[in-house]
Design a protein around this ligand. Structure first.
Ligand SMILES: Cc1cc2nc3c(=O)[nH]c(=O)nc-3n(C[C@H](O)[C@H](O)[C@H](O)COP(=O)(O)O)c2cc1C
Length: 317
């Protein structure tokens, strides 16, 4: 996996970065994708639902599987398992999830309070991997009074991380407020390994991207309903005009996404149950003329054929 050369990554997003969405984003310009996070113990259980969540098709490469946990040896064992079973292009360790379930288990962003534990996890996991690079995704720190970068990132580099993604917010900020791109840049300049910047990256100007020391940018919420963001960010970086997808292009992309979601059963969305996919489908239609009517019709559409019918009629609303 080559992390250098200004790559644009689709962020891991639990409940959203499924295989169908990853494929759509690659089609519209994403250079690399990452799975939603999976818990080390759940990986080792081999549970079908977990395996399904991280399964991928070759078009999604370069593809990373994201792991979270708190027990270094269990996480190392899960890394070996993932390497043997899936051969991903990289494995990414989550040091940023603010969800209470992760934090209460001493995983995700809870680890931002213990850089030594982060180091132990990265060191144990990278030693367990034979051929797969280990990356880590972290936030600035737990709160603005306990910022741990760039020092902790440097420690992870020394412990064997081959790339770091830095979300420029603290755990206490959650997903709100501005991401600190000055701090991201400082961190990128401090490290020898590539740093991927994350946090409302879709707002960066062409100049910001060109002058950034980041070797890549990761986009999360800005890609929901808008897979064109990847192509557009590349265009912006190159000083070219951005594309504005037409209504019919957006409708056909969302229909393609809906069909893909149930085409290979990787994502566990069956033709007969679209309920789980609704928020993701609606994200494509935000700001549409007739959005309220479309939302009402889609909320009652439980099957692929009904979704197809509503979206096809949506052309004429
Ligand atoms: C619904 C949702 C689910 C997320 N799930 C994950 C996850 O599984 N792993 C992870 O590292 N980050 C997760 N994140 C955080 C994103 O990867 C990203 O760091 C964050 O949204 C900031 O990027 P953005 O401002 O481009 O959205 C999630 C974010 C959202 C909104």
């Amino acid at each position: 996996m080559d992390f250098s050369s200004k790559k644009f990554f689709l962020a891991p997003m639990s409940g959203f970065s499924n295989s169908a969405f990853r494929r759509l984003c690659v089609k519209f310009g994403a250079d690399a994708t990452v799975s939603e996070f999976v818990y080390s113990r759940a990986v080792l259980s081999g549970a079908a639902a977990v395996m399904k969540k991280i399964s991928f098709s070759q078009e999604e490469r370069p593809y990373g599987i994201q792991l979270f946990g708190s027990d270094p040896s269990e996480m190392a064992e899960a890394c070996s398992f993932l390497e043997e079973r899936f051969s991903p292009d990289f494995i990414d360790i989550n040091f940023g999830c603010p969800a209470p379930t992760a934090v209460c288990a001493g995983a995700g962003s809870a680890l931002l309070k213990s850089p030594d534990k982060m180091v132990e996890i990265v060191s144990t996991c990278s030693s367990a991997l034979k051929r797969t690079p280990l990356a880590a995704k972290m936030r600035l720190g737990w709160s603005e009074r306990s910022i741990i970068v760039p020092e902790a990132a440097l420690l992870l580099e020394a412990a064997g991380a081959r790339a770091i993604t830095l979300h420029g917010r603290t755990k206490l900020q959650g997903y709100a407020g501005e991401a600190d791109w000055e701090m991201i840049d400082l961190c990128a300049r401090s490290l020898k390994i590539p740093l991927i910047g994350n946090g409302s990256a879709e707002k960066l100007s062409g100049d910001d991207m060109r002058s950034s020391a980041c070797s890549g940018f990761m986009i999360g919420r800005g890609a929901l309903g808008n897979p064109w963001i990847f192509e557009n960010m590349k265009r912006r970086m190159e000083g070219q005009p951005e594309i504005v997808p037409s209504r019919s292009e957006r409708l056909s992309a969302v229909l393609e996404f809906a069909v893909e979601l149930c085409s290979e059963s990787i994502d566990g969305v069956s033709e007969g149950d679209f309920t789980r996919a609704l928020p993701q489908i609606l994200a494509f239609l935000k700001g549409f003329r007739g959005f309220k009517d479309l939302r009402r019709a889609l909320s009652g559409a439980k099957t692929l054929s009904k979704v197809r019918e509503v979206l096809t009629e949506g052309e004429n609303l």
